[in-house]
Design a protein around this ligand. Structure first.
Ligand SMILES: [Zn+2]
Ligand SMILES: [Zn+2]
Length: 373
């Protein structure tokens, strides 16, 4: 079928809205009419050349929509189901089988290579037949998506699908890092570095874990205000105040037990690591090329037996965790509807710019302008 999608033809350049060809779903795949897709930091990292990717590719990995057609061997989904589309995993390696699909041995190949689907063939093509690579097994920057059933999570029919997409990546990464990976003890002290959508979701996770101090740190006062709504007990603007000193004033001799970094900024990360107490744990959920080049924090780790954990997609099983996040949203503890801004498909490059500038916390592209929640 013909679809309209935002294609990345060259890194560091704008996305081009084009008519492209989407194949029918193959075995264990589903065709979805995209209602909306979030824009996540990883989309922007690959667009602006921070990491290599095969081209052309259609980015987007926070899709949500309505199942239009199922391929052969699909039994768990049917036409009309509402779904959030998460990351791709092979479902068969030992990590997938032990409940850590985010650590799948084929994660990079299936999600971020910009290559073919898991079976080695492409679903997306240019009009002249040239193959277009997929992103996270979904390429949600298009008005339709073909994805494997492993990517999909059913969501309730009465949930606003326009805000459901980021449950499959950004929100899951933040909340899952706290609730599935770090699992802070009741009464522990935790700091979140960066209060974009991932950081705010981590704050929410810490608040429902009954941490004593949940300290949100950012350079943007508007976002810090938002962090309070998500459950931060204190906030620090690290461009106006000394972050390490302020943390020490708040936690005193109890120390800071957990830090979650969502910034990837070497200086902020180093300060966070220094602020951690003995045996403290530092979770890394975002990385840029700058992080890899500049950060060598081995002294802190060795001297005080601190630990650094890499957490992908919040160590979540999306089929279990997304319904939990939806329950939290409905009980008012996860006000994700307050951090989104909707854009039209032709505004996608502006949406990316607003995200980079920090004026929008979670941009969402609405592909189906007829959709009503
Ligand atoms: Zn993402
Ligand atoms: Zn796997």
């Amino acid at each position: 079928m013909q679809i309209k999608a935002a294609v990345l033809n060259e890194q560091t350049k704008d996305l081009d809205l084009e008519n492209v060809v989407l194949d029918d779903p193959k075995s264990n795949e589903v065709l979805i009419k995209t209602v909306a897709s979030g824009i996540c930091h990883s989309d922007i990292e690959f667009q602006d050349g921070g990491f290599p990717i095969q081209l052309p590719v259609i980015l987007g990995h926070e899709g949500a929509g309505i199942v239009e057609k199922v391929g052969p061997n699909v039994t768990a989904f049917k036409k009309g189901d509402h779904v959030a589309v998460g990351f791709a995993s092979d479902g068969t390696c030992k990590f997938c089988r032990s409940g850590l699909p985010g650590s799948c041995v084929n994660f990079n190949k299936l999600n971020t290579s910009g290559g073919a689907m898991g079976d080695g063939t492409y679903r997306l093509h240019k009009q002249d037949g040239q193959d277009i690579g997929n992103f996270f097994g979904q390429s949600s920057f298009g008005d339709h998506i073909v994805a494997n059933v492993n990517n999909l999570v059913k969501v309730p029919d009465d949930l606003d699908l326009r805000i459901a997409g980021p449950l499959g990546c950004g929100y899951m990464t933040g909340a899952g890092t706290v609730l599935n990976s770090l699992k802070p003890e009741v009464g522990s002290n935790l700091a979140v570095l960066g209060t974009g959508s991932v950081g705010l979701s981590a704050v929410m996770g810490a608040a429902v874990s009954n941490c004593k101090h949940v300290i949100a740190i950012d350079k943007n006062d508007m976002r810090l205000e938002m962090a309070k709504e998500f459950g931060a007990t204190e906030t620090i603007n690290n461009t106006k105040e000394n972050m390490i000193e302020e943390i020490q004033k708040i936690v005193g001799s109890e120390g800071l037990n957990y830090v979650i970094d969502t910034t990837g900024e070497p200086d902020v990360m180093k300060a966070g690591l220094t602020a951690l107490t003995i045996k403290g744990q530092f979770a890394v959920v975002a990385m840029g090329t700058k992080t890899i080049k500049e950060l060598s924090p081995m002294i802190d780790i060795l001297s005080f037996s601190k630990s650094i954990t890499g957490v992908i997609e919040g160590d979540s099983v999306p089929q279990e965790f997304i319904p939990e996040m939806i329950d939290l949203y409905r009980s008012g503890k996860f006000p994700i509807d307050k951090i989104v801004k909707f854009y039209k498909p032709e505004e996608i490059n502006q949406a990316i710019k607003d995200s980079v500038a920090g004026t929008t916390i979670k941009p969402i592209i609405v592909f189906d302008d007829q959709y009503q929640a």
